[in-house]
Structures are given as C-alpha cells and as structure tokens.
Design a protein around this ligand. Sequence first.
Ligand SMILES: [Zn+2]
Ligand SMILES: [Zn+2]
Length: 264
Amino acid sequence: MVNEFRLDPESLSFTLITNRSEGCKACKGKGNDIASAPFMRGRVKVYEIKDDVQPSKYELSGEFFKSSLADGYEEVIVDSDNHENKSKTFTVEEIEQLLSILEDRINSLDKYKLGQNMMITRTQEEHGYFDLLLLPIPRKETKGCFECESLKNASNREIYSTENFLVYVPFAPRSDFEIVVAPKRHIGFGQCDPMLLFDLAGVVKKLSGIHEKEATWAISQNAGGHFKLKFLGGKANPYDLLEIKIATINPDLLAKEIRETKKL
Ligand SMILES: [Zn+2]
Ligand SMILES: [Zn+2]
C-alpha cells in the first residue's frame, strides 16, 4: 500500500493513510544512521524514517477531495543507544547542545525543499529521541503573526519570562497541560544563536521537572516563521500535534473487503 494524505473537505483536516509498522522508531533505525554528532560520552545519531513520508510526484491539488501520495520527510535524532530516556537528568548545557543539533538538522534539510510545515517532538519517558517531520501540507496563515499577538496578550496566563523568552499557557490549549515557551522577538528556529539556545535550554530544564507524569516537548513554527516550544502532558507524536489523523487501513480496500466477504 502506498502512503497517502487525504484532505477531508468538511473539517479541512488531513488524514495520513499508512501501513506504518509499530515499534520504537529509534530502535528500528539502529545501525543505519545517515548523520551523527558528538554528545555526552557518545554520539547523537540520525535515522531516516521511510514508512510514512516518501517523495511524490503528485501535488495536493484537485477539486473537492484532495489527495497526495505522502510527501515530505521524517527522521529521528537519537541520543541514547539503548531503549531509555535521560531527559530529566540532562544539564542545561546538554539540552542546549541537543537544541543546537536540531537547529543544524533543520538548516541542513532546508536545501532539499522537503516542506515547510515543521514539527519536532520528544516524549520524556520513551526512548530518548526527537521525531522530526517536514511536510508540504501548508501551515494555516493568520492575519499578522499569531505568536507575536499571543505574546502581547498573554497577561494573566503568563508564568514567567527570561531575557529572551516568555513562558505562558495558551489561550485555547488542546490538552489539560500545555505550556508555551516563545521567543519575545519574531525569529525562526533555524536562526537562533547560541545565547538564545542556552536561554531556551534553561527554560526547558526548569519545565522538565514540574510535570510529574509523562510529558512531550514540541518545537514548531508558524506560517510567519515565528517558532515556539510547547510542553504538553502525555505522549504525543508530530502527526498528533499537526492535527493529522492516521488511518492504517486504506478506505478503498476496506470497502472492497467488506463487499467481497460480508455478503450484505
Ligand atoms: Zn527504542
Ligand atoms: Zn511573530
């Protein structure tokens, strides 16, 4: 089965139809790294994920129902050789180093035109890795920068601020526990200098400790190019956060199977 994105014309949300295989993405990629960088006493390794997103010659165009062979790019950036996660014990310097590796990945992928819609997630208690997704599905455009407006209007939802970042609870959170860390100036994740990343790492370190249960870090960027890092309660993958639903059974094949076997 070929992976495919389909647009639901009523909700304007996308579904990825995929035969994705289960299991830990970081463990499955082991031994097939396409890039690596030194980290702590070992190396951070990058594995390409070929299940869900692949090159496509089709555009998301058409009249009412839009469909495209899954196009885009996914990779995992893994900081632990074993199925374990050291997120909570990282120092600020180590977090800064990881953020800097992510920034390098984003900047080095930039030249391939893999898509603009970026999402990077890391779930605290799974295997220690970042799941990076770049999709051609367009980001929603807003009048003016949504993040700049959110920063101006955080008021009683503000938690604290550093020299460069404001930490606040969003106006319309999508889950019970959601905190946004956004740079005060309009800047993309790929343009952060080491000082900015160090400041961000300090915030991440503080926030990592406050949520007792599993949490997910998520880095994204809006259509205007302003990035943010979110802290969410529970597990989440980049597709969840881009609000892309996943169906593992092809709808056309499902209909065929029911027609042929159920004698309705
Ligand atoms: Zn694993
Ligand atoms: Zn902005």
